[in-house]
Design a protein around this ligand. Structure first.
Ligand code: GLU
Length: 418
């Protein structure tokens, strides 16, 4: 019998943090403080199903750090959500916001449900009850949720409405990633993918890779993955393989991601697209290609398959797809990794723009959003590369070192209460 070791994402987040803390010679008192989340909440609540039965649902909200500003981070609906995953995701938000220099700390939420098995009205009841359970902990100047895996702008509309009903006034800035008509921002839906593609352009330029004609593999065809595929296609790249939770398709001639999205919309999966060849979610990662975009969940590249990765660039649209042991192997093999806390920071960056627009009740044009996003991503990429090269570390530790130094500086300046 094969014994599968469970990979704990929070332990992995701590390993990377510790390596970065060593590199910047972080003092022990700050190190011990920011290793662990500031505040964690577990909630258990009943939800009535459409058939009248009542089930018990568990949810979490973790605030990892509020040293640089209010907590910020998405809410994930997934049957495998657990406290260590939410802790890791919250810590990654802290580092992500620091890497791109936006004035937020890091937080994350999760609800243990299988959203694919629930109706819209059941999802609405889960969302509203979860929001009411965590309401005392969130707020536009406390902690601002957003979409993540299997949550979207409709989920955010329900969260905003529930919080507003409790508060007795409409509070647009309590969540980001809302529909445009109720305080959402232009460009937010595409922002994660757009940010990833800006970092790919920078990395390709650095490595002398031409994106026109470059081969691209995308693991995960959700919001980030499907839009990243389309943006890469628009730059002339060849999308040779994509996958979703049901499996992957290989189409060496290069597919049009918009057609794949339509196929998925109609059939529920990318599988069966035209005369594509079916491949597994593991095989897809090992295909020879110029750019590999993991855009699904954590822990997909480990020490077991890192030696078989043939991409020249890995751009992490997902959070935590590569574990620390795999980083070392990829680094030795010359694979250029654009780490998650940089590569997917476009989402939270435009969330910040949304929050600013909500607070000012003044909304910007798409053109301006995308221009500011590009400025933030390009500058952050350059900063991370400078630190990476200065300390002669891999790009992930370079990104962590950049972020941890900023959070540590905030803690030092604020001092200790009381
Ligand atoms: N869930 C996204 C992330 O992991 C976005 C978070 C946000 O916009 O607050 O970065």
């Amino acid at each position: 019998m094969e014994i599968k070791t469970v990979i704990n994402p929070f332990e992995n987040a701590l390993k990377n943090f510790d390596m970065a803390a060593d590199v910047i010679h972080l003092e022990d008192n700050i190190r011990n403080h920011i290793r662990l989340p500031e505040r964690e909440l577990t909630v258990n609540f009943p939800v009535r199903l459409d058939n009248g039965n009542v089930i018990s649902v568990t949810g979490y909200r973790v605030q990892h750090s509020t040293a640089r500003g209010p907590g910020k981070g998405g809410v994930r609906f997934h049957p495998d959500v657990n406290i260590d995953e939410v802790r890791a995701l919250a810590a990654w938000m802290t580092w992500k916001c620091a890497v791109v220099g936006i004035p937020f700390g890091g937080a994350k939420g999760g609800v243990v449900i299988d959203p694919k098995k629930m109706s819209m009205s059941e999802l609405e009841r889960v969302t509203r009850r979860y929001t009411s359970e965590i309401a005392f902990m969130i707020g536009p100047d406390k902690d601002i949720p957003a979409p993540d895996v299997y949550t979207n702008s409709q989920t955010m509309a329900w969260m905003m409405d529930t919080y507003s009903m409790i508060s007795g006034r409409t509070v647009l800035g309590v969540v980001t990633g809302k529909p445009i008509s109720i305080g959402g921002s232009q460009g937010r839906n595409e922002a994660t993918a757009r940010g990833t593609v800006f970092t790919i352009e920078k990395a390709a330029k650095k490595l002398g890779i031409k994106l026109n004609g470059a081969s691209v593999v995308v693991q995960g065809f959700g919001n980030a993955g499907s839009i990243a595929a389309r943006l890469m296609f628009d730059l002339g790249a060849k999308i040779i393989a994509v996958s979703d939770s049901k499996g992957g398709i290989y189409y060496p001639k290069g597919m049009n991601p918009t057609e794949v999205s339509i196929h998925k919309e109609l059939t529920g999966s990318v599988l069966g697209f035209k005369d594509s060849e079916k491949i597994s979610n593991t095989e897809i990662l090992e295909l020879p290609c110029d750019i590999l975009i993991p855009a699904a969940l954590e822990n997909v590249i480990t020490e077991d398959n890192a030696g078989q990765i043939h991409a020249r660039i890995i751009a992490e649209a997902a959070n935590g797809p590569v574990i620390p042991e795999a980083d070392a192997i990829l680094h030795d093999r010359g694979v250029f990794v654009i780490p998650d806390i940089l590569a997917n920071a476009g989402g939270v960056t435009v969330s910040y723009f949304e929050w600013v627009q909500d607070n000012y009740s003044f909304f910007w044009k798409t053109m301006d959003i995308n221009k500011y996003l590009k400025e933030v991503m390009d500058e952050s990429f350059d900063n991370v590369m400078a630190i990476t090269e200065k300390h002669k570390v891999n790009t992930r530790i370079g990104a962590y070192a950049t972020a941890v130094a900023k959070v540590a500086e905030a803690i030092r300046l604020r001092g200790v209460f009381p």
